[in-house]
Design a protein around this ligand. Structure first.
Ligand SMILES: [Zn+2]
Length: 256
């Protein structure tokens, strides 16, 4: 399995980092993608990538919830560090109007700038969208360049998935929420082809059942895969194989 969204550099793992990584590997996680957030976590993320070559792959980007007064400097940080190393993606980027609408205009500007950067550099994007579906589509229209990537932590409807597919070469990232009781994302997942799905945890957040409420970690991606298998009525191995191929295609893991 490939966990396409895991913040293993988070301080939540300070005490048991090595054990957490061992559990992920033992469960069958072959690789994981670490989305960037802002300048403050950048060094810890890069250190994880250096400690786990061929396993933990870093992305670079400015997260919408970190857009505030100093947004210009934070965006500049992304440009300044762009040539440091081969990033697998630009992310996580997007819009979050649930968090705050104070910087809505700036969120849009930063998101559009990073979408353009991704198109120019031919990198996938990892999109964070919360209460901002229309604004996200508006930015994709504005940038109007061919894009590929992941709509991370997707919990939308099948109709929204169809609009995402029409907007570019996108996958939807399915995480722990699909295991929650009465989660309507399970109904959408039933109809979304496996070929368009990526597995993710968003660890340390959005912990799947049976550990809901506790700290999440990449090893738990298997509960997400098991739930998708149950919802779609296919074998766990099929979910594992197809979603791994999807992630490898998107992040070009086998083409470097
Ligand atoms: Zn995240």
């Amino acid at each position: 399995m490939i966990d396409t969204h895991s913040h293993i550099y988070d301080e939540a793992y300070k005490e048991d980092f090595d054990e957490m990584i061992s559990r992920a590997r033992e469960t069958g996680v072959e690789r994981l993608v670490m989305p960037g957030i802002d300048s403050s976590c950048h060094d810890d993320m890069v250190a994880c990538a250096d400690a786990l070559p061929g396993f933990a792959y870093p992305a670079i980007g400015l997260h919408p919830t970190e857009i505030g007064e100093n947004w210009r400097e934070e965006l500049q940080f992304v440009y300044d560090h762009f040539d440091d190393r081969p990033w697998v993606a630009i992310g996580e980027i997007g819009m979050d109007l649930y968090w705050s609408r104070e910087y809505q205009k700036e969120q849009m500007e930063v998101f559009c700038a990073q979408l353009s950067l991704a198109a120019e550099k031919d990198l996938p994007v990892i999109i964070h969208a919360r209460e901002a579906t229309e604004e996200i589509f508006e930015c994709l229209r504005r940038v109007a360049k061919p894009l590929r990537g992941s709509f991370h932590a997707f919990t939308g409807s099948y109709e929204t998935y169809r609009r995402i597919k029409a907007a570019g070469d996108f996958y939807v990232g399915i995480g722990g929420v699909v295991t929650f009781k009465n989660a309507h994302i399970a109904q959408a997942v039933e109809r979304i082809p496996l070929e368009d799905i990526l597995l993710e945890t968003d660890a340390p957040y959005l912990t799947p059942v049976p550990y809901r409420g506790k700290r999440n970690e990449s090893a738990y991606v298997r509960y997400v895969a098991e739930k998708i298998a149950a919802v779609k009525g296919v074998a766990f191995e099929v979910v594992n194989r197809v979603t791994t191929e999807n992630a490898a295609d998107l992040f070009r893991f086998f083409k470097k």
